[in-house]
Ligand binder design. Structure first.
Ligand code: GLU
Length: 561
């Protein structure tokens, strides 16, 4: 068959050659070892927690090596595209430290536009380029048209499916498929001319030359050495509307855009043989691949399951309303991504995660486990190291959108609020009360009269009389100007006076000799003032609350006893 003639019939409008295209995409001038990576999402919805993995890895590897990280929008499936998804995606990723140097990024007006010399970065704008390469493959006898209409195809697939269920004989099935493929390959130029004259659409298929009995050896930078059967499937390169499939667009785009490392989900691993074949057909150098394991979770029955779209924690946009600060989420992602991150972090507590030397070899080859408890631990650590000023800023920013009532209290007197957040902060062992901004209200509420409620129950093993006497004695002796030692001495005096041990050591030696200890006396006071059993340092809290509030609350409690 005259392939050049066939190519001309199929793509008469394509005049440009691949050489002309290649000239527009010269090799990048980057330092030795610089990695060029990309994130290539389809704009079909929100950013999934799992999407943060390849994008963070891409960002780290590129920026750590002095390379380039770019964003390509894979919008070839118009049916699945969601309006505004691409814009939302860029904003969400930026929030989690994923910044692009190049690609389809947002301009000052919030519209997506191209930045960089290797575009267009939206696949829907690259139709012409794919066709140039498609034409070349036809000229070389490596691709051919297939005039089966979409209806025919879906009919075929439906019957195949039905047969699949009935047919357990996979050999017969494979043979049937093979026969179908060979029939497709068997056509004449005259038939093509006839179809085109009648306006029939066609898909372009690769002419696969692989032998599935032979294995391709391959090294994935995450999964290690693998062997996969060669591809013998004439998969589709261009759909009937001229739009490329993922496989074809991946090869053409990543070649032209100079991607050195393709970082993507492991769901693409089964397609790798197709990609290897395609890169070789096109004469492109194969990039390095990193297939990232899926994120798993433990379900109600204790089984490992994929973190699916609908699971709590899947949608990155939910993290904002749940009150997570992005820094904490980034730290958590790093702990999941690199097994030595936590160790590094404990030795470099003051450094941001971006200083960590990200190491591909330390990535998990199987699925990472998503776990809110661990995320909260990481988050508590991150927030405990922030300044009171920062906690104030971030928590009030969150409350402004998600808890108006709290917001009004927090910002009514910023210095007051900051002094609350300063309790137990700044030392070697900072308090870790806040994991998410939704924890703030429960932690600070007693400092605000609006939220404070009297707790009208005490542990039952103490007499009401003793509690009342404690509080009355406290009111008599309390002086807001006392230093911490004097203040505590007074509490010990109350303990002695009421038959409670003022010395914990003595108490532990002979607990039966006392009604309780000074810590119980403190607890009575704490409950009256904070309404809780657990609260931050009492002395400092009282200093912040001020004399009147402390005395009023104690008196209010006395009147309930
Ligand atoms: N658009 C593909 C996806 O969203 C991209 C995979 C890749 O990174 O190559 O899965």
């Amino acid at each position: 068959m005259d392939y050049n003639y066939l190519a001309e019939l199929l793509f008469p409008h394509i005049k440009e050659t691949t050489e002309e295209i290649e000239a527009k995409y010269p090799p990048r001038q980057l330092p030795e070892g610089a990695k060029v990576t990309r994130f290539a999402p389809s704009p079909t919805g929100f950013v999934h927690f799992g999407g943060l993995f390849p994008s963070t890895v891409g960002e780290r590897l590129a920026h750590q090596s002095g390379g380039v990280f770019f964003l390509r929008i894979e919008d070839t499936d118009a049916k699945r595209e969601v309006e505004g998804a691409a814009e939302g995606l860029i904003k969400t990723l930026a929030k989690y430290g994923v910044h692009f140097d190049e690609g389809a990024i947002l301009d000052e007006n919030g519209n997506i536009s191209d930045h960089g010399a290797y575009g267009p970065y939206k696949q829907s704008l690259r139709g012409h380029i794919y066709q140039v390469y498609a034409k070349k493959l036809v000229c070389e006898g490596k691709a051919y048209p297939c005039f089966t209409t979409e209806e025919e195809l879906s009919e075929l697939q439906a019957t195949n499916k039905k047969e699949e269920i009935k047919n357990t004989d996979w050999l017969a099935e494979a043979e049937a498929k093979r026969a179908e493929m060979l029939a497709r390959r068997n056509f004449t130029i005259e038939e093509v001319e006839e179809h085109l004259k009648n306006g029939h659409p066609f898909v372009l298929r690769i002419l696969a030359n692989g032998d599935p009995d032979k294995k391709v050896k391959f090294t994935d930078l995450v999964k290690g050495n693998i062997e996969i059967p060669e591809n013998d499937e004439d998969f589709v390169l261009l759909k009937s509307d001229g739009i490329p499939t993922y496989h074809f667009a991946h090869a053409v785009d990543d070649h032209l855009m100079g991607t050195t490392h393709v970082i993507r989900g492991e769901e693409w691993l089964p397609s790798l043989a197709k990609h290897i074949q395609l890169f070789s057909y096109l004469g492109f150098k194969l990039p390095k691949y990193m297939h990232i394991a899926q994120i798993m979770r433990i379900d109600e029955n204790g089984n490992k399951k994929k973190l699916s779209k609908r699971d709590m924690g899947a949608n990155m946009d939910d993290y904002t309303s749940m009150g997570y600060c992005p820094e904490a989420v980034c730290e958590y992602v790093m702990t999941l991504l690199n097994s030595n991150y936590e160790e590094w972090h404990s030795q470099n507590a003051d450094k941001p995660y971006t200083s960590f030397p990200f190491n591909i070899k330390k990535m998990s080859t199987s699925g990472c486990l998503f776990d809110f408890a661990k995320l909260n631990d990481v988050s508590k650590n991150v927030i405990s190291k922030m300044s009171a000023e920062k906690v104030y800023e971030l928590s009030s920013e969150w409350a402004k959108d998600f808890d108006k009532e709290l917001y009004c209290e927090l910002v009514a007197n910023p210095e007051y609020t900051k002094s609350i957040f300063a309790i137990g902060r700044g030392g070697k062992k900072p308090r870790k009360d806040i994991a998410v901004w939704t924890d703030v209200k429960g932690y600070v509420d007693f400092f605000y009269d609006k939220f404070f409620t009297i707790k009208d129950e005490y542990p039952e093993n103490f007499s009401k009389q003793d509690i009342k006497l404690t509080l009355e004695e406290f009111v008599k002796t309390f002086d807001i100007n006392d230093d911490m030692n004097t203040w505590f001495e007074k509490i010990r005096d109350i303990a002695d006076m009421l038959g409670f041990a003022s010395d914990m050591k003595l108490y532990k030696q002979n607990p039966d000799a006392y009604k309780g200890s000074v810590s119980d006396i403190s607890m009575f006071i704490r409950i009256a003032i904070t309404g809780k059993m657990n609260a931050p340092d009492m002395y400092t809290s009282m200093q912040i609350l001020g004399y009147d509030r402390v005395i009023n609350r104690i008196n209010a409690m006395i009147s309930t006893l």
